[in-house]
Design a protein around this ligand. Structure first.
Ligand code: RRO
Length: 310
């Protein structure tokens, strides 16, 4: 029997494949669909204190290589995500992504969420690339350290963080050094979209999205090698009690297999879920199980992090 069961931060997921924060996880209807699906967890769209309509449209574009988004944190406000799990029969872990617009907003959101026993985990988003005139927190290491300090003192439960892609060994060293100081950080999700990328419509000679002069977060096939490298680099630097979750360009079982081989304990599906819909979780899970059967692996621990460096 092959199983995709895994644990993140001590929470058991019957399937290591679930949705990334962003696509199709904003409305209660979408969250209910995830609850009924093969996704291993329900992860919400990043939320703020108040509801936001986000950036001006067009703010999403996709092609066969991936996607470009500048959603701008469109969400219903944290109270909807805090109340949601009480209205349904939860079949799997419910994870809330939090991305308040200021440190004070984050404190308010976390103060409410910390007593909510229906919320299995939070994923604190330190890497939204699409807020006009706001930097990605995790690219400013001093700010990231301050945020983690404040969160740890406000939210006294274990939690996870979502990071942007890093590119240089110095960045991995510095980020890991900071994260390792905070014992409540028990998982790290890599990577958010590659920020401020530009795709051109050559027929019309225009940008393909409107906000930020056409610059947005790149996802999908374009970014898989960057995501894999981030998981690999952090697997060598983070404390052993910190689980890694891989995201970026996962469309099939082999993509998931690669992330786990690099050290991921679970994987999230973003662009592919947006494009294909809820059926992608069953398909990718079956593909990963078939790969495991062919290789005589019974569970993901049999190959997690075991990439051979030649
Ligand atoms: O809402 C967005 O524009 C967005 C967010 Br919060 C994020 O973390 N990553 C992304 O690609 N888009």
């Amino acid at each position: 029997m092959v199983t995709l069961e895994t644990k993140i931060a001590g929470v058991v997921l019957s399937n290591c494949i679930y949705n990334a924060s962003g696509p199709r996880c904003t409305s209660p209807k979408q969250l209910i669909e995830l609850n009924e699906s093969n996704s291993g967890a329900i992860l919400t769209k990043s939320c703020t204190e108040n509801m936001r309509e986000g950036n001006r449209t067009p703010k999403y574009y996709s092609n066969e290589m991936g996607s470009l988004n500048s959603n701008g944190l469109e969400n219903l406000g944290y109270k909807i995500y805090s109340n949601f799990p009480y209205s349904i029969d939860l079949k799997k872990p419910y994870i809330v992504s939090v991305s308040g617009m200021s440190v004070y907003e984050n404190i308010n959101i976390l103060t409410e969420l910390k007593d909510n026993e229906r919320v299995s985990l939070i994923e604190f988003n330190l890497s939204c690339p699409n807020i006009i005139d706001k930097p990605q927190i995790a690219y400013d290491f001093t700010l990231m350290d301050e945020y983690l300090h404040i969160i740890t003192h406000t939210y006294n439960r274990k939690f996870g963080i979502k990071l942007p892609p890093y590119f240089d060994p110095f960045q991995f060293d510095r980020a890991a050094e900071i994260i390792n100081k905070y014992p409540l950080v028990k998982y790290v999700t890599c990577i958010n979209s590659v920020g401020n990328a530009l795709i051109i419509d050559t027929i019309n000679e225009t940008t393909v999205i409107h906000p930020k002069s056409g610059h947005g977060g790149l996802g999908g096939h374009y970014i898989k090698p960057i995501g894999l490298a981030n998981i690999r680099q952090f697997s060598k630097r983070l404390r052993k009690d910190i689980d890694l979750i891989g995201v970026g360009g996962i469309y099939n079982g082999m993509d998931a297999f690669e992330y786990i081989l690099c050290g991921a304990s679970a994987v999230q599906v973003g662009t592919c879920y947006y494009e294909e819909g809820i059926e992608c979780f069953e398909r990718i899970s079956n593909e990963l199980k078939n790969i495991m059967r062919e290789k005589s692996y019974k569970n993901i621990k049999d190959f997690k992090g075991k990439l051979i460096e030649i």
